[in-house]
Design a protein around this ligand. Structure first.
Ligand SMILES: Nc1ncnc2c1ncn2[C@@H]1O[C@H](COP(=O)(O)OP(=O)(O)OP(=O)(O)O)[C@@H](O)[C@H]1O
Length: 585
């Protein structure tokens, strides 16, 4: 395998470059060894997991079926000789006997094919199932999903990796591994048959024993080398295809999610331009892929056609010299064809290997990002739980690029009290909340939090897919105490939604911004968290609605601790203290 790989350029905003080019070896260290190490690192956890008994057992069964299939093929090869000899000898009894034997051979071969397919597909599905659950759990653990986005890591499409790539990886790895083992055993079996049957030819006075074996190896290796030369860039092109298509799809999803805003702006021209640009990238890369595939197809089809005649050309001198019978010609050409098809493994699997390389590359990037995001969980903040208050001492925060954001901030809110944080836009108010919640990893200082639950109300609340009831109770499971829900919905001014509690709708698009913010307050009133963080959580409400929801919260019987961020002067009245945040020097 070459130590450089052709990877496609991403179509830049300024203009489009060539759809792919070869990167130097140090840019992507794609040696065969590192590639197989990567595959091993991605595959090994499953084969050592709690599923290992099933996985290893199934793989052994699969290989046993494959060995049985090879044995059947060896018998079939012998049958060629017996059958054609019976024909040539005009022996009708032997002919029908061979037809009967063929029925047995064909029947057992069919059974081996069906059972090996079933075993392989079952194993792939179980492996994929395990991988999807494991990666989903890892993505969600230690807030890796948030860190990956926060740090702008390279694997920008975990949805694609989890849905598509894990299944592809399991399937491709198993196909290629089983195919390779199958091919190796067949190769040994049929090479020995070919060696025995192929005989000797004399070329320029030199006797060459087993010349058919040398011929088939030389012929197939030459073809494999040419295939590799033509097809090498395909891995990079496939990888680019996946990435470009998912970027285009993401553009469409964003347009759908922000349909109203785009419509208000009248931004269709700009949207079309961006989408067209992304789609052109897909098409351009596809053309490059098609050109490569065409070159591959020209070569592989010519090779396949020519290969039909080659063994006959090689066996002909001995047949015409009367050294072998017609039946032996048929047997030796069949053995030649089998050895050749084993050696063609590389040529036939080239596209799949190219896909496999691309899938492995993407998954490796995702795995690395997941591991790094989970490892960076521990930050340099000293956190104290159960402090009976919310506070930070000597808090210093910075951006991912190291630039200081806030420095030396102190704040303290006693249990049941309310603090309002104010300050110019971009000073880091939301980031202070992120640090208190344990989401922001960059900085240092002491953070004190209460032992009870806390709730975070952003400017745009998150409404999950499903019923309104599920949205109201999120992230807890939905409850059925309708009297309490109705009372709370009324108290936040959402009585018109009581009827639709169990309706499934895209609620984040149906409800107005102010309704969504009031729904978030209803959520707090039902969950009764000890601490509530509000980040401009009433920005879409009129002053009266704002007073209503803040009064509800301040008078709540469980006396929550409140930390708010906001710019409106009316907010001051609902808080006990105010902190004015300033930009870091
Ligand atoms: N993941 C990130 N990577 C880089 N910069 C970030 C990231 N998140 C926030 N910032 C930057 O940090 C700064 C502070 O952001 P923050 O949201 O805390 O400000 P804020 O005071 O709450 O602003 P506003 O009042 O406008 O909501 C901003 O300049 C923002 O661009």
């Amino acid at each position: 395998m070459s130590n450089s790989i052709a990877v496609p350029d991403h179509p830049s905003a300024q203009g489009r470059r060539a759809p792919w080019r070869a990167l130097p070896a140090h840019a992507l260290n794609w040696t065969a060894v590192t590639f197989f190490q990567d595959v091993w690192r991605l595959a090994q956890p499953y084969w050592a997991s709690e599923e290992k008994g099933y996985a290893r057992g199934m793989l052994s069964l699969l290989l046993a079926i494959k060995l049985a299939a090879i044995y059947i093929c060896v018998r079939q090869n012998e049958w060629y000789n017996s059958f054609h000899s019976a024909l040539q000898a005009n022996d009708i009894q032997a002919f029908f006997k061979q037809i009967g034997i063929f029925g047995l051979i064909a029947g057992s071969y069919t059974i081996s094919l069906v059972s090996s397919h079933w075993a392989a597909e079952g194993l792939k599905l179980r492996w994929r199932d395990w991988l999807v659950r494991r990666y989903t759990a890892d993505w969600l653990s230690s807030r890796a999903y948030y860190r990956i986005q926060l740090e702008g890591r390279s694997s920008a499409n975990p949805d694609q990796q989890i849905v598509e790539d894990l299944g592809l990886f399991a399937g491709q790895t198993l196909n290629l591994l089983v195919g390779f083992l199958d091919m190796s055993v067949s190769l040994i079996a049929f090479t020995s048959i070919l060696w025995g049957l192929g005989g000797t030819v004399t070329v320029a006075g030199v006797s060459v024993a087993g010349y058919m074996v040398f011929a088939v190896f030389g012929y197939a290796f030459l073809a494999s080398w040419i295939t590799h030369k033509i097809g090498n860039p395909l891995a990079g092109l496939h990888s680019a295809n996946q990435r470009l298509e998912s970027e285009f799809r993401y553009g469409l999803v964003r347009l759908r999610e922000n349909a109203e805003t785009v419509a208000f702006y009248g931004g269709e021209t700009q949207e079309r331009r961006v989408l067209n640009e992304r789609w052109s990238g897909v098409v351009e890369n596809f053309w490059a892929m098609m050109r490569r595939e065409r070159a591959m197809a020209c070569f592989t089809h010519s090779y396949t056609q020519f290969s039909i005649i080659v063994p006959f050309l090689l066996a002909a001198p001995r047949y015409f010299a009367g050294q072998i019978s017609f039946g032996q010609v048929m047997q030796v050409t069949a053995a030649f064809a089998t050895v050749q098809s084993c050696l063609n493994y590389f040529i036939n699997s080239y596209r799949e290997i190219a896909h496999w390389r691309a899938t492995t590359e993407r998954l490796k990037a995702f795995r690395t990002d997941l591991d790094q995001a989970r490892a960076s969980e521990s930050s340099s903040f000293v956190r104290m739980h159960g402090a009976g208050r919310i506070g930070v001492q000597d808090l210093h925060l910075s951006l991912p690029n190291g630039r200081a954001l806030v420095s030396g901030v102190d704040l303290s809110v006693e249990q049941g009290k309310a603090l309002l944080i104010r300050g110019p836009s971009g000073t880091g108010k939301s980031t202070v909340l992120r640090a208190i919640a344990g989401l922001w990893p960059y900085g240092r200082g002491n953070v004190s939090v209460t032992s009870g639950a806390s709730f975070f109300l952003p400017q745009r609340p998150y409404l999950p897919l499903g019923t309104l009831r599920q949205a109201i109770f999120y992230p807890a499971p939905a409850r059925t105490d309708d009297a309490e829900i109705s009372h709370i919905l009324r108290s936040v001014g959402l009585e018109h939604l009581i009827e639709r509690l169990d309706t499934v709708e895209p609620w984040s698009q149906r409800l107005s911004g102010g309704e969504q913010q009031r729904l978030a307050f209803a959520r707090v009133m039902l969950a009764r968290p000890e601490t509530v963080f509000l980040d401009e959580a009433t920005s879409a409400l009129d002053e009266e609605a704002e007073r209503n929801v803040y009064t509800l919260l301040r008078n709540a019987e469980w006396k929550p601790t409140i930390v708010s961020i906001g710019h409106r002067s009316t907010l001051v009245g609902y808080h006990d203290e105010t902190l004015d945040l300033k930009r870091a020097a």
